[in-house]
Design a protein around this ligand. Structure first.
Ligand SMILES: Nc1ncnc2c1ncn2[C@@H]1O[C@H](COP(=O)(O)OP(=O)(O)OP(=O)(O)O)[C@@H](O)[C@H]1O
Ligand SMILES: [Mg+2]
Length: 247
């Protein structure tokens, strides 16, 4: 990757979902650059295209039009196999619903991506233990999801997302199912991973407190990134630093 090349770059990205006769234009020409080490929040109302946008960055889905580059490589042209490898090694994904496998103890959940990546058993066990300690779950390694609180389940999901040392952490409403205090702890954890591990973070949220923890905030409305904070959001949250954001 060239010196100042953005880690993530979207050029005129459109996404049109077709459901029978009905077309939904979920993204309408998104341009975005995220540099290595950034912590970006994407805020916008329900249906504005936040999850769709994150899925484009995370190689979970392909744009109808436009290009997505990760480390300068066009991922829209990659084969499914190359995209799967990218998701396994470069990108960690965290969701509102955690998506943990119900019968797996935390340690196993964290080991799964390493198993898929071919990491030997002893090594992946050691790494999973270290990751669970890092997210504050050193004493919950053998608990299954039903034996963990929501915040603890999200910590397991974050540890799992970090299993193969991804450069990018993508989180879709990571605090959406949590109370304010637990949500703030998860945000603090993500922020620490950004600052200490240097993981580039893109977090989608409609929680302004989550957005306030980010270093840059982007506003999505009807599938477009707004050039500045919409008036409805100004004054509510000083930390949003209107004027700094924009794609
Ligand atoms: N698989 C799909 N098929 C058809 N339409 C879809 C699909 N996924 C999303 N949409 C539509 O695209 C638009 C954007 O959806 P998206 O899930 O990206 O919004 P969002 O900003 O994440 O909303 P929320 O805050 O409610 O999660 C919505 O109008 C939605 O109905
Ligand atoms: Mg969504």
């Amino acid at each position: 990757m060239a010196g100042d090349e953005p880690l993530i770059k979207l050029m005129d990205v459109h996404k049109i979902y077709k459901l029978g006769e009905v077309k939904v234009h979920a993204l309408r020409g998104v341009n975005l650059e995220v540099k290595k080490g950034e912590f970006v929040a994407i805020v916008g109302p329900s249906g504005s295209g936040k999850s769709t946008l994150l899925n484009m960055i995370g190689a979970m889905d392909r744009p109808t039009k436009g290009k997505v580059f990760i480390e300068g490589r066009d991922i829209t042209n990659m084969s499914d196999k190359e995209r799967a490898a990218l998701r396994l090694h470069k990108i960690g994904f965290v969701f509102q619903q955690y998506y943990l496998i119900p019968w797996l103890p935390a340690i196993k959940s964290v080991e799964v991506p390493m198993m898929i990546a071919g990491v030997p058993p002893a090594e992946r066990r050691k790494k999973a233990e270290a990751l669970l300690r890092e997210v504050g779950l050193g004493d919950r390694m053998y608990h299954r999801p039903s034996e963990l609180s929501g915040g603890e389940q999200q910590r397991v999901a974050i540890a799992r997302a970090l299993a193969n040392d991804p450069e990018i952490l993508l989180a879709d409403e990571p605090t959406g199912n949590l109370d304010t205090k637990t949500g703030a702890e998860i945000v603090a954890l993500i922020r620490r991973l950004n600052e200490e591990r240097g993981v580039t973070c893109v977090v989608v949220t409609h929680d302004l407190e989550v957005a306030a923890a980010a270093k840059r905030v982007l506003y999505l409305r009807d599938g477009r990134i707004l050039p500045r904070a919409p008036p409805t959001m100004l004054g509510k949250e000083k930390a949003l630093r209107p004027g700094e954001e924009g794609g």
